[in-house]
Ligand binder design. Structure first.
Ligand code: NAP
Ligand code: MG
Length: 463
């Protein structure tokens, strides 16, 4: 899991062309220690500012990001292969999350609790230095979900982008300085997980790790954090279910299903990579679903028409292939969409029918444009199949019966469910997983609680 070879630089390749874009210098342990120590000093000054001044600084950061949306989006198209429309949304999401949490410094309320012989009040104190570790699948939004509430709560942030996708994070770090945020308050450190990421876990001045990525690395961070009782938030993998009942609007459900799993080429922890269809409508759904899959526009991600681009790397494509072409158990490919030929890490949208619920393609996170489909009998069967996984991040329920929609929503063990829709993430609502999909919640009104400590103060009033 942690690479032993230490690299000094990383060549960022355009996943759509395999062309070199930029060579990025990687931070070593000394540089990481320096950034953490500087962040610790910057944090004290930041926390001492008037709440309105911290709020204004975050609003200015949001405005500067807004003024650079197109530049950031194009950087993500080239450096990560995201489609232009997705990348624009992602840059806009950083702006929106900053704007949302810019209201927080003036609203970090404590409580006054009735007690005998005095006054009892609580404060929400910043933690100090917060480390944010970001994966390569959504470099901008996941960075913002960490740094915006962390800064709003009065912390400093050290942020490690994924080795594969450092460019937009580095640019956001520069924009923070342009916006007038204090130097060293938000440090972006491109580097290896086994070097920079590990140091975040072991450095005593880092008081919290906000990690998004694989369950295996998340478990390792959780074990490491135990040594210093370091706070953690973990957003890990998923194997989410898209459940289609016989009373659903089948046209709509089938038309939407490809985008619930093939968006970002399936490299999405919320991907609905298992489709469960009630047996009575299975064939009717699949006919429509096939048409929809073949309609997905897989092309040069810089085209405004692109709906799906390439995978992030050659290695990720090999991993995805291994679930279909190289699977231990034979996998029946039902149908496929298209993908460009030639240079680039392309893989077509692929629909498979596992022979058993034990097959890897049904159980493991593929993190690519592969979806597995199986029929179910009734509501109880659908809920049991959906829950037969170690994960619990998201899921969708398609039905016209409001009672069933609510029963199944309550029955599925996952943190983010949508009914007759595939939406997972809104910055104003909580996001996170049940079971091995994670620990804690990001976004929404309560995220600040995981970037603060509650302090209780009793003041005696008796003579
Ligand atoms: P990963 O290895 O978990 O990487 C996520 C982040 O953690 C990266 O910044 C990585 O740095 C860093 N990291 C790696 N080892 C670390 C360590 N020992 N200590 C601290 N930080 C460490 O995930 P990945 O390699 O990007 O993807 C592997 C699989 O994880 C995917 O195929 C997918 O199944 C899953 N995944 C899930 C999500 C999600 O949103 N839930 C996102 C991405 C991936 P490096 O870039 O240097 O490795
Ligand atoms: Mg990795």
């Amino acid at each position: 899991m942690s690479e032993r070879t230490v690299h000094r630089s990383h060549d960022v390749l355009d996943p759509a062309t395999e062309q070199l874009i930029e060579t990025v210098q990687l931070a070593d342990v000394d540089r990481t220690d320096q950034a953490i120590e500087q962040a610790s000093v910057a944090q004290r000054g930041w926390a001492a500012l008037a709440p309105a001044d911290r709020a204004r600084a975050l609003r200015r950061f949001a405005e500067v990001v807004d003024a650079h949306l197109e530049e950031l989006a194009l950087l993500e198209v080239r450096g990560a292969g995201h489609t232009l429309s997705n990348a624009r949304w992602e840059a806009g999401n950083v702006r929106d999350v900053l704007a949302y949490y810019s209201a927080a410094p003036e609203r970090l309320f404590g409580r006054q609790i009735p007690v005998a012989e005095g006054v009892d009040i609580t404060f929400k104190e910043p933690l100090g230095v917060v480390a944010v570790i970001v994966p390569w699948n959504f470099p901008m939004p996941i960075a913002g979900w960490g740094f915006a509430p962390a800064l709003a709560a009065g912390n400093a942030v050290v942020l490690k982008p994924a080795e594969l996708t450092p460019l937009t994070a580095v640019r956001l770090g520069e924009l923070a300085l342009d916006a007038g945020l204090p130097e060293h308050l938000l440090s972006v450190l491109p580097g290896q997980g086994s070097v920079v990421g590990e140091r975040f876990v072991t450095h005593p001045l880092v008081r919290k790790i906000c990690f998004t990525g694989s369950t295996a690395v998340g478990q390792r961070i959780m074990r490491g954090a135990a040594d210093q009782v370091k706070r953690i938030t973990l957003e890990l993998g998923g194997k989410s279910a898209n459940i289609v009942f016989e009373d659903a609007d089948l046209e709509l459900a089938a038309a939407a299903a490809p985008y619930a799993v093939f968006d970002n080429a399936g490299q999405d922890c919320c991907a609905r990579s298992r489709i469960l269809v009630q047996r009575s409508v299975f064939d009717r759904f699949m006919e429509r679903f096939e048409v929809a899959v073949q309609g997905v526009r897989v092309m040069d991600p810089s085209s405004p028409d692109a709906e799906m681009g390439p995978l992030i790397s050659a290695g990720q494509r090999e991993r995805v292939r291994s679930f279909v072409e190289g699977a231990a158990e034979p996998v029946d490919v039902l149908f496929r969409g298209s993908a460009p030929q030639g240079a680039g890490y392309w893989y077509p949208p692929t629909v498979v029918r596992p022979r058993s619920v034990q097959d890897a393609v049904w159980r493991e996170e593929v993190f690519g444009p592969v979806v597995a489909v199986l029929p179910f009998e009734d509501e109880a069967d659908a809920v049991a199949m959906a829950n037969d996984t170690a994960y619990g991040l998201s899921g969708s329920i398609w039905t016209r019966d409001v009672g069933r929609a609510l029963r199944v929503s309550r029955g599925v063990q996952a943190g983010n469910l949508s009914v007759n829709s595939h939406s997972s993430v809104r910055y104003s609502t909580p996001f996170g997983g049940f079971k091995q999909s994670g620990l804690g919640r990001e976004l929404g009104p309560d995220a600040l609680d995981s970037f603060t400590e509650v302090k209780n103060v009793f003041i005696a009033t008796s003579e």
